[in-house]
Design a protein around this ligand. Structure first.
Ligand code: FE
Length: 153
């Protein structure tokens, strides 16, 4: 009976783990569909959790007023009003447009523990959030331009 209970616990544990990794997003596409929609660089960053080169990207030095939308689904993610000069070479914001626009996962790759950030609507990887940002939040959303589409106001 005890062994059966342990087995059941294990099955439930594995089920909950795989559920977290394969969350169903409102916008869901196959790899082939994403590849058709996105450039190679956008696909590598947004769908394969890649990171683009610092400075050599579209929006790190963009100072125009407008919104930064998800490259995958078009959801509005960040406003130019919360963009700041982080000096990192990646577009940086101190908060998302709405709390529910982005979600986080714990990222333990490269020997670091980081907070991975993705679009809540389609799961596209956006970047990471760090706790060394400016006021009022103290957060630094370090984003990849490749995952964003800027729309001028
Ligand atoms: Fe999206």
């Amino acid at each position: 009976m005890k062994a059966l209970f342990q087995l059941l616990s294990l099955v439930l544990f594995i089920a909950s783990c795989s559920q977290a990794q394969h969350k169903k997003f409102a916008v869901t596409k196959t790899d082939e569909e994403w590849k058709k929609q996105l450039t190679d660089e956008q696909y590598r960053v947004a769908r394969k959790e890649g990171t683009e080169s610092p400075f050599n990207n579209a929006y790190h030095g963009n100072h125009e007023k407008g919104l930064y939308n998800c490259i995958g689904c078009g959801q509005a993610l960040f406003s130019s009003n919360t963009k700041f000069e982080s000096g990192t070479g990646w577009p940086s914001f101190y908060q998302p447009l709405h709390k529910k626009a982005v979600e986080e996962n714990r990222d333990m790759t490269f020997g670091m523990v980081r907070r991975e950030v993705h679009c809540s609507n389609c799961g596209s990887h956006l970047g990471h959030v760090f706790e060394d940002g400016p006021k009022p939040t103290g957060l630094r959303y370090c984003m990849n331009s490749a995952s964003l589409q800027f729309v001028k106001k």
